[in-house]
Design a protein around this ligand. Structure first.
Ligand SMILES: NC(=O)C1=CN([C@@H]2O[C@H](COP(=O)(O)OP(=O)(O)OC[C@H]3O[C@@H](n4cnc5c(N)ncnc54)[C@H](OP(=O)(O)O)[C@@H]3O)[C@@H](O)[C@H]2O)C=CC1
Ligand SMILES: O=CC(=O)O
Length: 293
């Protein structure tokens, strides 16, 4: 199976490499074209524009940063829309809001193409290991045609119905994750300031009812103030912002998520946006009132 792949950031690179490793033909494009080099060394071809990739491939996957990137790659000059046509499928795996996804879907459908949104849960390591959770919605036939690729990229795929449902599910999941990250950070600070050992707290959490892979994976690095980016903080804040907007639309009060979003915004203002989202720990550690008495 030959696929196009647009966007070779942390996730896109790992996912495209995985497809190559499993025998897929992959034609890649990235805004910063130099990032295609490593993929070419592993057997990928390069397209100089998104339009070129769409023209060449029956199926094209996108993994881009945010709604503005997704819209730009679709609608700008040399973008996806110039070449999408009947018989071609476009699969957007970026995390965006339902409105953005619907705009993309309408534009593609008008030109006779097929659209599937398929955001993923799981970070750099699950992307490298083909262990993502895929949250697909849109054209069911395209979903079925993509199963061989999804089986390589993920450990489980959900088909959630109409366009927008995948985006919404992803935002709900990441809203919970962002709030949990703040809770873990506050817990580590409280343990430390109460003269408890932070690693012992993590050991206790791992055996408790609230044990989860995120605490286990991120906790030890947070204790060391190591925030090497797997999931960039700026993207987590984007997800909190989009989830809060979904809450606004549905009149759902989310004070916990709103507080977590403030902490991520503060972290961005401190220049931590390109670090891992666990760098919100720096905000919690330096918050007024959490220092010396
Ligand atoms: N990292 C993670 O753990 C996870 C991330 N996600 C989601 O996946 C998506 C990608 O994340 P990730 O790979 O971490 O992000 P990165 O920041 O590492 O990569 C972003 C990609 O988007 C491209 N891009 C950004 N702006 C534009 C633009 N205006 N036009 C064209 N291309 C653009 C970048 O190109 P360039 O190289 O030129 O900057 C790069 O290829 C995001 O929506 C994120 O929320 C979902 C699950 C996990
Ligand atoms: O979107 C991030 C993730 O870890 O999932």
């Amino acid at each position: 199976m030959e696929v196009g792949f647009l966007g070779l950031g942390i996730m896109g690179k790992a996912m495209a490499l995985n497809l190559l490793r499993h025998g897929f033909g992959v034609t890649v494009w990235n805004r910063t074209l130099s990032k295609c080099k490593e993929l070419v060394e592993q057997g990928a071809s390069v397209g100089e524009t998104p339009a070129f990739v769409i023209n060449k491939c029956k199926y094209t996957i996108a993994m881009l940063s945010d709604p503005s990137a997704v819209l730009s790659v679709m609608f700008d000059k040399d973008g996806v829309l110039e070449q999408i046509c009947s018989g071609k499928g476009y699969i957007d795996m970026s995390t965006v809001d339902a409105d953005t996804s619907s705009k993309i879907s309408e534009a593609i459908t008008k030109k006779g193409g097929y659209f599937l949104e398929a955001p993923v849960s799981g970070s750099k390591k699950p992307a490298e290991d083909g262990q993502l959770v895929i949250l697909a919605a849109g054209e069911k036939a395209l979903y079925e045609e993509m199963i061989p690729a999804f089986n390589v990229l993920g450990k489980k795929s959900f088909f959630l119905g109409q366009v927008g449902n995948g985006a919404k599910m992803k935002l709900v999941v990441n809203m919970i994750m962002g709030s949990m990250m703040n809770a873990l950070s506050e817990g580590l600070c409280l343990a430390d300031r109460s003269s408890l050992n932070e690693q012992t707290l993590l050991d206790v959490l791992e055996l408790a009812a609230i044990a989860n892979p995120m605490f286990k994976m991120k906790g030890p690095a947070m204790i060391q103030s190591n925030y090497s980016p797997a999931f960039p903080l700026k993207h987590q804040q984007k997800d909190m912002r989009l989830a809060l907007a979904l809450g606004d639309e549905n009149a759902v009060s989310m004070p916990v998520a709103a507080a977590a979003n403030e902490a991520f915004k503060k972290a961005r203002s401190m220049g931590l946006g390109d670090l891992d989202f666990s760098a919100v720990h720096e905000v919690v550690k330096t918050a007024k009132g959490s220092g010396e008495a």
